[in-house]
Design a protein around this ligand. Sequence first.
Ligand code: GLN
Length: 542
Amino acid sequence: MSKFIFITGGVTSSLGKGIISASLAKLLQARGFSVTIQKFDPYINVDPGTLNPYEHGECYVTDDGAETDLDLGHYERFLNISTSQANNVTTGRIYQTVINKERQGAYLGKTVQIIPHITDEIKRRIKLLEQEGAYDIIITELGGTVGDIESLPYLESLRQMRRELRNKDCMVIHLTLIPYLKAAGEHKTKPTQHSVKELMMAGIIPDVLVCRTESKLSDEIKAKLALFCNVDKNHVIEAIDADTIYRVPLFMQEEKLDQIVIDRLKLEPKHSPNLDRWTEFLDRYKNPKTEVNIVLVGKYNELADAYKSIYESFVHAGAVNECKVNIIPIHSENLDESTLPLEIHNIHGLLVAPGFGDRGINGKIGAIKYVREKGVPFFGICLGMQCCVVEHFRNVIGIDDVSSVEVDPDTRHPVIDLMPEQKKISAKGGTMRLGAYACEIKKESLAEQIYGRNIIHERHRHRYEFNNAYLQQMESHGLIASGINPETELVEIVEREDHPFFIGVQFHPELKSRVEEPHPIFVAFVDAAVKYKNAKEVVAAL
Ligand code: GLN
């Protein structure tokens, strides 16, 4: 039987429930427990796949092809485990299940209501993970803020579950904000008092308060919070702003959050905390010996969350290389007319990001031409790979009317085209090529050197593909298909023979980079950027 920990949020959104959940999970994992984390999102979309990245940040894709919230990325990166569809559930999905069941006559003439039908479905989804695997602990993060109308059915389900489970098998951690009022010169507890009151009105008394704060909380403030919020004083802990999200597990360990949970749930740790690999990573990350500038060309650059996993992958890969990676975001539209915005930077590598639609495409292609000619390391992901194929046909082979069908449906040479299955699809939700697929890597390729093996599995999220009718022509001019799907023959990796580091991948390697297992392409790309920089400095010194 698993033990359940629920994490709720109070006062404001964006307090970092995902990071606190992942940090606690990491600490429990470091004691030998098997832990997983699940997130409930209170919006009506069935999944975040149809949400604009500006609205909701990156859409994270799991091995089983679920389009999920970006917090699942944090869970995987922290815990070094793979999540699945069961780890992210939205209100839309809950209602969809209940309504489908109603249409099939599953409720036998009953009136279908929020209590018990919706709450039963929520509880079923929480318990699904228990059936799925042998987890000692399941952490469930309730999205939204206590007090939101949307959150009510979740709080009610939590109340019911708490009653159904024996008290020692489940606990509630409330993450809250303690603002500091400069004019008054003190921390304020009132917003937290109100949010705990809301929780109590839903029938839930939190076991622990984790208080987000910019500066240290006095004992007096903690005592006040304990008194007004009906929580043990030792269970009021602070989560002070950290220089990096990867430090939060260590802060939570100092605050004894893991020990509080262990005592409260009567857990028996398998061993003392082992965070050696984690602290080793932090040391390397915080003490770089060199630095490189990587330009990230994309179209959602205003919001770093839109490329969350790419940013984090560079953190992991930078640490391996003992190198600080400065990411310089450039909006692809700013490159449409000229590559000048790119040239003004001292660039050591170019990453062309994933994306959808035709906006900024010419800017991306122009940037790729620039780095191809200059020998600057290049890494294209998904749309970035498709752009490097178009660039090759236009500028290396010299055919004008070449494009991706996504950009120009009437192009004479559709080098990137829709797969036949995709041509039949009109619905938008969950209909792309999604999830992990196998890829066979060619011998003696750069890809083989990077991965050190010939069969890999990487995650996908796209509709368009390289058009194999152009394969021979592409390869005969120096852009090689070095990774192929063994079943469908789809091209998954391309690389240039005449360039020190030039690779494009149809899949999303950023979704599989973890702190304790950085992604090999990112590691190799940063290494190539360091080498490029060093070589450039040698030439400049001559
Ligand atoms: N828009 C492209 C496609 O659907 C690329 C998608 C992506 O970059 N994730 O194929």
